[in-house]
Each structure stands twice: as C-alpha cells, then as structure tokens.
Design a protein around this ligand. Structure first.
Ligand SMILES: [Zn+2]
Length: 197
C-alpha cells in the first residue's frame, strides 16, 4: 500500500516555465506534500529529478545559512530547460525536526555547534527524513527511474531501497557563501555529502 494518496493536480506557472503541481496527502501523518513536474514522466527514459525537503528559511526567507533556496531554484531551472523532470517538495523542515526546533538548532549553532551537534543536543538524530513517501510519490506519478540531482548518497540508497532506480547522479552545488561554508563542510564531513570544493 502507498504511504501517500494523490489528491489534486493543477498548472503552476513559474518564471522558468509552466509546471504541473500535484498535491499528495501522507496517510500516516496527514501532512501535505507537492510535486512539480514537466513533460511525460511515464516513458522508460530516466527522469531528471530533485527531492527537496522544505526549508522555510532558505526557500522563502532568503537565508544564507544553508544552500536550500539556491538548490531549489537551480533544480527547477534545470528541469524547465530540459522540459521534462520532477521536483518533490517534501514538508520535512530542518531534516525532519520542524521549524521551531530548527530555530533552536540555529541558536546553538550561533554559539559554535555544528548542524549535527545542534540536532543531537536537542535530542534528535542527525537526519530524521523519511524517504518512503518520496518513492511512493514518484511511483504515483509513473516514474520508474531517475537522473537524481543530489549530493547526498543516502537519498540514492533510499530510492533504490524503496524500489525507484537511480540511473545517474547529477551533482547540484549552488549557493555557497561565507555564512554556509561551515554548514556545507559539516554536511560533507559528517553526513557524507559529495561536495567538490
Ligand atoms: Zn535550508
């Protein structure tokens, strides 16, 4: 049984092109998630894809503490350029700890903790994200295999584990700045992200 149900679809015009927005309800929690897609996803050719976890501060409030907003925009632009692909926008703020706990974690980071230490000090595992729902959203959209834009090997492993083949990994390095340098170094050093510089 799927962990999500497909609720509704509509067009979503953006500065880069017109996407189809599809809304999903997560059965276990009642949370809502969306997919932005373009082109026919159901053919055998692997689909350009991005799994983006919600980051209110980075996506909507222009935060430079992370690279989320930059990655979100770059991924949508890339999909629009190829006129085929999908971006999952998954409501798992702060690697799953939620917005208010993320602000607590930022406070600890202002005092010198790194992102992993801060989450652990608050009693959370470094990454609570659940990728079952992502695989189920992709399956509901008819996607069989991915060209996945990610620097995170866990996402690739999780997709394969939940039955979505990853044919190719496409690096997505955007938005590095003086404020997120330490955060990105922690992601590379402690969470296994594949970053170049
Ligand atoms: Zn972020």
């Amino acid at each position: 049984m799927s962990s999500v149900s497909l609720v509704a679809s509509a067009q979503l015009p953006t500065p880069w092109g017109v996407f189809t927005m599809t809304g999903f309800k997560e059965e276990a929690t009642g949370k809502d998630h969306v997919a932005l897609s373009m082109g026919d996803l159901t053919t055998d050719a692997p689909v350009l894809a991005r799994i983006h976890s919600e980051c209110l501060t980075g996506d909507a409030l222009f935060s430079l503490r992370c690279d989320c907003g930059f990655q979100l925009q770059a991924a949508l632009q890339r999909i629009a350029k190829e006129e085929r692909g999908v971006l999952l926008y998954v409501r798992q703020e702060g690697r799953g700890i939620g917005l208010l706990n993320k602000i607590h974690a930022y406070h600890l980071q202002d005092q010198g903790a790194d992102t992993v230490e801060a989450n652990e000090a608050l009693g959370f595992a470094p990454d609570l994200r659940d990728y079952t729902i992502c695989a189920d959203m992709l399956k509901a959209l008819g996607v069989k295999s991915l060209r996945l834009m990610t620097n995170n090997p866990r996402k690739i492993k999780a997709m394969e584990q939940f039955g979505v083949h990853v044919a190719e990994r496409i690096p997505l390095e955007e938005g590095r700045n003086a404020y997120n340098e330490f955060y990105l170094a922690t992601k590379a050093g402690k969470l296994g992200h594949m970053l170049h510089d």
